[in-house]
Design a protein around this ligand. Structure first.
Ligand SMILES: [Zn+2]
Length: 415
């Protein structure tokens, strides 16, 4: 059986099991040579880089090969392998978006929960948000992952495996978030906080990757629940719980309604961040900063629509926790080339690169670095800046931040 593939808009036919490289070769041997040497890269129909060794799916594919190397040199291209070894820090990732599919299946069997597929590949496919129409649809995928996360041992295991997988991806520091409110009534808030903290501690000891836990209030839930969560979380400050966040559908659910929770968290020594400027415009970022006292912004993609606010964010060095692939999946941007990440970086915004959800977005942090490099043209120096931005924006005590920055800097020099 053969498959139909379009390479640079020209149809080619390849055998089942053929790779991206084979399809390019079927069109143009010279182009395949450039791809092999790293002088060109391949993307899918929406501009996401694909690996030359990737096998083409049953439905065929639309591929584009982009030649990058100019005669006489140009910026040296970095391989995915180099970027995997690159010491990285991540500030914005949801625990409930990062389960191993195999673990989900095991937990579902143990707990008698029904899932939309019964193989790891089928489940990964079912949870992948590539074709979500909006942030709201994207969020429905989390209901599936949460269905197997309603016991303390499951939460402990999922947190443990998340850190192990992040460490294998070259992540030296990660802040992972979730909402303990979404584990009631099966668990109390205390149980829902202690279980992932235990998993994190176990993995930190084994991997050397340092981890901070962030709890999220939910915009669509009553503000009293956010406050209740902030109170429960404050008890664990100093035990690995570092910050309070607000997540969930943004439009029509202003962050300011949850101001009391932010005030409580800040008043009890916790840091604050807030999802904003993803599902809604810059006024939502304004509210997160000025009504809620957020010290960082989750996403902030639409910041540039308000030039005065952009200036403010630059002047105050307010970090943005940006997520390229996720923004594409939620239609916050229409194509990766439209993403303002590089523009913000050049403008002096403290931008950082993050996955948002490794399972639901179908990516690793290495993939996001590779995407920023190959699709947005970030150079080695740019990525160094982005990595150090993340380290310097970590919700860590000052002396620990200094230690993290110097560890990552010396690893980068040795790379
Ligand atoms: Zn998020």
């Amino acid at each position: 059986m053969s498959l139909r593939v379009f390479v640079n808009e020209k149809p080619v036919t390849v055998a089942r099991g053929a790779t991206v490289r084979d399809a390019v070769e079927a069109l143009d041997r010279d182009l395949a040579g450039l791809l092999a040497s790293g002088a060109a890269y391949a993307t899918d129909g929406v501009g996401r880089p694909v690996d030359a060794g990737e096998v083409i799916g049953e439905g065929g594919a639309i591929l584009r090969v982009v030649v990058t190397a100019r005669k006489g040199g140009g910026a040296a291209r970095m391989s995915k392998e180099l970027l995997r070894r690159w010491p990285k820090a991540e500030l914005h990732v949801h625990l409930d978006g990062c389960l191993r599919p195999e673990t989900m299946l095991e937990l579902a069997r143990e707990q008698g929960v029904r899932l939309p597929a019964d193989t790891p590949a089928g489940l990964a496919q079912a949870l992948h948000v590539k074709h979500a129409k909006s942030l709201e649809e994207y969020l429905t995928k989390y209901e599936i992952t949460l269905s197997v996360m309603q016991t303390a041992p499951a939460l402990e295991r999922i947190a443990y495996e998340f850190v192990v997988d992040a460490a294998a991806d070259g992540v030296r520091y990660v802040e992972v978030r979730y909402s303990p409110l979404l584990h009631r009534p099966a668990l109390t808030l205390t149980q829902a906080i202690e279980a992932p903290l235990a998993g994190i501690r176990r993995a930190e000891g084994e991997t050397g990757t340092k981890v901070g836990l962030i709890v999220c209030g939910i915009r669509t839930r009553p503000p009293a629940e956010s406050l209740e969560l902030a109170r429960a979380a404050a008890t664990y400050r100093g035990s690995g719980l570092v910050a309070f966040d607000l997540a969930g559908p943004e439009r029509g659910h202003p962050a300011g309604e949850h101001r009391a929770a932010f005030e409580y968290a800040a008043g009890h020594g916790m840091a604050c961040t807030c999802h904003a400027g993803e599902g809604d415009g810059p006024s939502s970022i304004h509210e997160a900063l000025h009504a809620c006292g957020a010290q960082r912004i989750g996403h902030g993609t639409r910041l540039g629509e308000d030039p005065a606010l952009l200036d403010y964010v630059v002047e105050r060095a307010i970090p943005l926790e940006m997520c390229l692939s996720s923004n594409l999946h939620t239609h916050t941007v229409t194509a990766i080339a439209e993403h303002p990440f590089k523009r913000y970086l050049e403008r002096g915004v403290v931008v950082t690169l993050n996955t948002d959800g490794r399972l639901v977005d179908g990516i690793s942090l290495t993939d996001e670095y590779f995407l920023a490099h190959s699709a947005l043209g970030l150079s080695r120096q740019d990525l160094t800046r982005v990595t150090l931005n993340a380290c310097q924006s970590a919700f860590l005590p000052e002396y620990e931040k200094v230690a993290l920055v110097s560890r990552v800097q010396s690893e980068l020099e040795a790379l």
